[in-house]
Design a protein around this ligand. Structure first.
Ligand code: SAM
Ligand code: SF4
Length: 328
């Protein structure tokens, strides 16, 4: 019988997001600063064995879903072998992956064989030039080929996540709605958060969820019932058969539903994406000290706030880590 643990606001812990690397083959402008960006020391990055130990302990406390992220997880060596072990941990019902999609064509088959069935793929534009501008490389075709391959193999659902930035890709919202129907995928739009590369972030560039929905009015979006797999998104069925999701970390917080903790690639529990409070669990992991780890997990739950404090009109925050270092 597994234990179930809750934070002090009664939210049960069910979900863990683990960053396996801070490295990435992209340099998204909103995520990584282009200059003077220090990577973590290799020695500081958790070994797969440490992550598996952590996952077993979390699973014994009632966590049943794990998302692997980064940096770009698919650039870490032997990821699929690691995932094969992760998916077999008792009580873990689902292991999901968030990827930039550039290497998906190559690894989709091995991922599926390893037991990963659900993917989130980040793609901010369908335009080559724009992708090159935002990511530093143009991998549009590779990403689309990866999405196609993943759909053929049977990953379901496939979610494509786009950060919507005013005057950059907000004119593509309609195209993503069409892509959803064409590829039978869920296209989700995320509000641009003031975390990552603050040089490139500007409040005027945020397109809030309500505006995104308005721009899709021709598709007569019908709100769908929330389920365990929708995560923080509110999903809408469109009249073209597609499904879109809107994720509003700033304009409509979803903190009351938060059932997760994050582990950074260098072994810190980060209870909230939008708060720099962290607890270092590396020692507990490396010494396989289950009691200490459980104590630290409880501490992490205890320092979770009821809500983060990034709001419309009050977005002037400066977080210490970039998204690539936290694991978005
Ligand atoms: N490399 C993988 C990818 O891009 O999907 C996984 C890690 S990436 C940090 C995870 C997600 O964080 C991506 O969808 C990315 O668009 C999102 N992200 C990064 N910085 C962001 C920001 N400032 N605001 C909103 N989303 C952001
Ligand atoms: Fe890399 Fe993902 Fe960050 Fe882009 S958003 S730089 S793909 S980690």
């Amino acid at each position: 019988m597994n234990n179930e643990i809750k934070d002090k606001f009664g939210r049960r812990l069910r979900y863990l997001r683990i960053s396996v690397t801070d490295r990435c083959n992209f340099r998204c402008k909103y995520c990584m600063p282009n200059n003077n960006f220090e990577m973590m020391e290799c020695a500081d990055i958790l070994r797969y064995e440490d992550i598996l130990f952590a996952s077993e302990v979390f699973a014994s406390l009632g966590v049943n879903r794990i998302r692997i992220t980064g940096g770009e997880p698919l650039i870490r060596k032997d990821l699929c072998q690691f995932l094969d072990k992760l998916t077999k941990i008792d009580n873990i019902q689902e292991v999901m992956l968030t990827t930039n999609g550039s290497l998906l064509n190559k690894y989709a088959h091995d991922l599926y064989e390893a037991g990963v069935k659900r993917l989130n793929i980040s793609l901010d534009s369908l335009n080559h030039e724009r992708n090159k501008y935002i990511t530093g490389v143009d991998k549009t075709e590779d990403i689309l080929a990866g999405i196609k391959k993943a759909a053929e193999i049977g990953f379901k659902p496939i979610k494509v996540n786009s950060v919507i930035i005013r005057d950059f890709n907000d004119d593509e919202i309609i195209q993503f709605a069409e892509l959803s129907a064409k590829y039978n995928i869920i296209c989700r739009f995320i509000e641009f958060m003031p975390i990552g590369n603050s040089e490139n972030w500007n409040e005027n560039n945020i397109v809030y969820g309500s505006e995104i929905l308005e721009r899709l009015s021709a598709f007569e979006p019908q709100e769908m019932e929330k389920d365990i797999n929708s995560g923080p998104a509110v999903n809408y069925k469109l009249n073209n058969g597609g499904i879109i999701g809107i994720i509003t970390p700033i304009s409509k917080h979803f903190c009351s539903e938060c059932d997760k903790l994050r582990i950074t690639a260098d072994g810190k529990i980060r209870p909230c994406l939008l708060s720099d409070n962290e607890i270092d669990i590396k020692k507990a992991l490396q010494s396989r000290d289950k009691d200490l780890l459980i104590k630290q997990i409880m501490q992490a739950l205890n320092i979770k706030h009821d809500e983060h404090n990034v709001n419309v009109g009050d977005t002037n925050h400066d977080f210490k880590r970039t998204m690539s270092k936290i694991g978005g």
